[in-house]
Design a protein around this ligand. Structure first.
Ligand code: ADP
Ligand code: MG
Length: 259
């Protein structure tokens, strides 16, 4: 028997007030693969990611994780599920008042009762993995936008998760830093068999890293397939998304806003 997908969403529906955001989302992310969700601003990409780790609960439909139906899990059961995931939040979202060290140590302190020396070792390893060795004592405000994003990835990998969710990991980054993030996602896949779900507007990133791609529009994954399938698609929405008409993402400010 083949392994179940790492993540499977079946007929997911979610409405906020009178606004229907997800209207039957189906998704299968195979273990060890990179799956990218494309879609315009406000199409429900972040909402979809939050359902995968139980931060939002669906109105209807099912969330399956590694072959288990987690839809009706209690909060404490979701805590155990979340331990398998790293999450790179939109905008990196570091704690501005905490050092880089404390930011990366955060999930370790939350989930494990490790002695400080072991935490320090894992923080150093995680920062080295994103190409930022030795920045532990710096504050987020002292880092460039690209470095902050990479610290966000270091925090997500610190627990050695089986899967990582990336919400717009390259937004606001220059092309060199964007490529570095893409290389990192691929390195984690190849060396550690990490499963990745990536939400992005960045087509270059998408086609460089993805095993499969889906386009979210009007609450559904209207097209899903390999990069070649997406490139060759004649679906008007795909054409529109790939050849203009999508709104530009605001470029993130380089200076950190104090908190
Ligand atoms: N917690 C929430 N409460 C109410 N509305 C929300 C909530 N989260 C998201 N939304 C709405 O759902 C829609 C999709 O949001 P989101 O998934 O963040 O879009 P994006 O595709 O840009 O990530 C937006 O209209 C947003 O305002
Ligand atoms: Mg979003």
């Amino acid at each position: 028997m083949s392994a179940p997908p790492f993540v499977e969403l079946r007929g997911l529906r979610k409405t906020f007030g009178s606004k229907r955001v997800l209207d039957g989302v189906d998704l299968r992310v195979e273990t060890g693969s990179v799956f990218t969700i494309l879609g315009g601003s406000g199409s429900g990409k972040s909402v979809t990611l939050k359902h995968i780790i139980g931060l939002l609960r669906p109105d209807a439909g099912e969330v399956w994780i590694e072959g288990t139906n987690a839809t009706d899990f209690s909060e404490s059961q979701w805590v155990e599920i979340r331990r398998r995931f790293g999450y790179v939040f939109q905008g990196a979202a570091l704690f501005d008042s905490l050092s880089v060290y404390e930011n990366v140590a955060y999930p370790l302190r939350e989930h494990l009762e490790w002695p400080e020396a072991q935490i320090a070792e894992r923080v150093a390893e995680s920062l080295a993995a994103v190409g930022l060795p030795g920045v532990e004592r710096m504050l987020p405000a002292e880092l460039s936008g690209g470095m902050r994003k990479r610290v966000g990835v270091a925090r997500a990998v610190a627990l050695h998760p089986k899967a990582i969710l990336y919400d717009e990991p390259t937004t606001g980054l220059d092309p060199a830093n964007s490529r570095r993030i893409g290389q990192l996602i691929l390195r984690l896949k190849r060396s550690l068999d990490v499963t990745s779900v990536v939400v992005t507007h960045d087509l270059e990133l998408c086609f460089a890293i993805s095993d499969r791609i889906a386009l979210l529009q009007d609450g559904r994954m209207i097209v899903e397939g390999t990069p070649d399938v997406l490139r060759a698609s004649t679906h008007p929405a795909v054409h529109e998304f790939m050849h203009g008409g999508t709104e530009a993402e605001p470029v993130e400010e380089e200076a950190a806003h104090g908190s």
